[in-house]
Design a protein around this ligand. Structure first.
Ligand code: PMP
Length: 324
């Protein structure tokens, strides 16, 4: 568990990071959040935070939607996160949870003119979905929150009641996850992850206008598929029945990473086991996020520690071993 938090402007012991029951965000779900993974690379003796700037860019956009004004720039949020991780001194994979919320205390539903706050904690984290190599899923009987009700692209705390309804229904019915449809019955995403389908040699994923969260892993997957795996990617609306006929299906997200879906509504997908594309993508993804590929490390992996092994040693070893 986390030992520290960034709370009310400074790093404090986690026990001191508490809010009143009168807090607006607790009463009305008026907060936005992020989820950022840190990956420990034992060879480099380094903790790499994956796409931290992209996560905070989305976070600040979510804030705009809820009229949340933070006194921090993107660069400052990044610095606070690195400071907290150094304080925790993690040498294992971890998950950072930034939260921006209406901290005003008292009764009254609205968004503007209220006191805002920022908090952050980070804890050790392994798998979010146990069955990453083969999840059995159902189509949820719930529908995804609509952009005209609670915008899914906002990563708004209150909207996760929708995700929780979807997830609990699936787990209680004996599935690992669920796929949720939009109000008009098209495929949207998982309870907390984006979805891709492999069909006719193409990668297909619902467009950002189908009430999905604009996932950073989704963007990563699209880039890796096009640039590294030579697979064309299409963003288009997907019908429910197309899922049953997919060659491969998978979820992606910061938490779930890349998870193969091997069954939808009792119908096996691609022979009921992880397919070759997902297998290849998973292996590439883990190399990228753990900082093993220099070109992507430079762009997407922010080192937390000064250097343990040292940048030069890592580069030397890469030249000798010839990796990346
Ligand atoms: N959709 C939802 C509803 C999510 O909560 C998440 C997790 N943040 C995702 C998709 C995946 O987004 P990302 O790749 O940015 O983590």
């Amino acid at each position: 568990m986390a030992r520290f938090a960034f709370f009310e402007g400074r790093i404090v012991p986690i026990e001191e990071a508490r809010v009143s029951i009168r807090t607006h965000a607790l009463n009305y779900g008026t907060g936005v959040f992020g989820g950022i993974r840190g990956y420990w690379n034992p060879e480099h003796e380094q903790l790499y935070v994956f796409r931290i700037e992209d996560h905070y860019r989305r976070f600040l956009n979510s804030c705009r939607m809820l009229f949340i004004n933070l006194p921090y720039s993107l660069e400052e949020l990044k610095q606070i996160t690195l400071d907290l991780l150094r304080q925790e001194a993690y040498r294992e994979d971890c998950y950072c949870r930034p939260l921006a919320y209406k901290a005003e205390e008292g009764i009254g539903v609205k968004l503007h003119g209220l006191r805002d706050a920022f908090a952050l904690f980070a804890e050790p984290f392994g798998r979010y979905l146990q069955k990453e190599e083969g999840a059995r899923v159902m189509i949820s009987s719930w529908r995804r929150v609509d952009d005209n009700a609670i915008p899914a692209r906002g990563k708004i705390t209150g909207a996760y009641v929708n995700s929780a309804l979807i997830k609990s229904e699936a787990l209680l019915a004996g599935y690992d996850e669920a796929i949720v449809l939009t109000q008009d019955g098209h495929v949207s995403e998982g309870s907390a992850e984006n979805l891709f389908m492999v069909r006719h040699g193409r990668l297909v994923t619902p467009p950002v206008t189908d009430n999905i969260l604009e996932g950073i892993t989704r963007r990563t997957v699209m880039e890796l598929a096009r640039q590294e795996l030579g697979v064309p990617v299409e963003e288009r609306t997907i019908d429910r029945s197309e899922l049953y006929m997919a060659d491969e299906l998978f979820f992606c997200g910061t938490g779930v990473q890349i998870a193969a879906i091997i069954e939808v509504d009792g119908r096996p997908i691609g022979g009921g086991k992880m397919g070759p594309f997902v297998k290849q993508l998973r292996s590439l993804y883990f190399d990228v996020v753990r900082g093993n590929l220099p070109a992507y490390r430079e762009r997407w992996c922010t080192p937390v520690y000064e250097t343990a092994v040292g940048e030069e040693a890592v580069e030397h070893r890469e030249r000798v071993v010839g990796s990346g």
